[in-house]
Design a protein around this ligand. Sequence first.
Ligand code: PGA
Length: 249
Amino acid sequence: MARRKIIAGNWKMNMTPTQAVELVNTLKPLVVTDEADVVFCVPAIDIIPVAEAVKGSNIEVGAENMYFEESGAYTGEISPAMLVDAGVKYVVLGHSERREYFAETNETVNKKMLKAFEHGITPIMCCGETLEQREQGVTMDFIRQQVKVGFLGVTADQAKTAVIAYEPIWAIGTGKTATTEQAEEVCAGIRQCIKEIYDEATAEAIRIQYGGSVNAGNAAELFAQPDIDGGLVGGASLKPDFGKIVNYK
Ligand code: PGA
């Protein structure tokens, strides 16, 4: 069975609650499609107004992070139950910006993965190499470690529903997209890694996105690759262009 595409916007630290509702209202008619899942991953403070604004549309709401404890003395953190109650269906975990600036590790990502599944939230787990790692020829070794540790203790049935976003760090926000061949090669390698951890059926079911300077001009070619099941889109998800990316065909 063909995998359904999933195209997610990652708003990062952009949009006040007021601006968020305006953006949703602008994008709502542009992202209508029957052919892909459409997700807006938004800052925590925007989740409630965005969840309200997307009602009746095909847009699902995602968070950009989540903590791995249920509740308690973790000042400033947001729990899985809070996200679920607010209408969140997806959560971005282990984005390279969180790994770089907020001490996220493969181990904390793994804890968050397990918690997300426990609460019925679909994780979009990010992985990706630095330019240095690519030049050293260790891209796939590095990504396999991120995936293997990230999925520790995750069952095959859970993994089948997960999303992995392959985002080469050198391509994020730089306007420098990976070539279609580079993106497909790593996404296929990730699928192979999932097959080794689980089995063929899990590898066939899991959805793998490409992210890093996806735009209206390169989406169609990237998303046509056999192992690329959509995209995680930063900058271009804040513009009407996101409608073109969703309707890339
Ligand atoms: P970009 O960001 O599309 O602006 O490169 C992608 C991401 O970080 O998810």
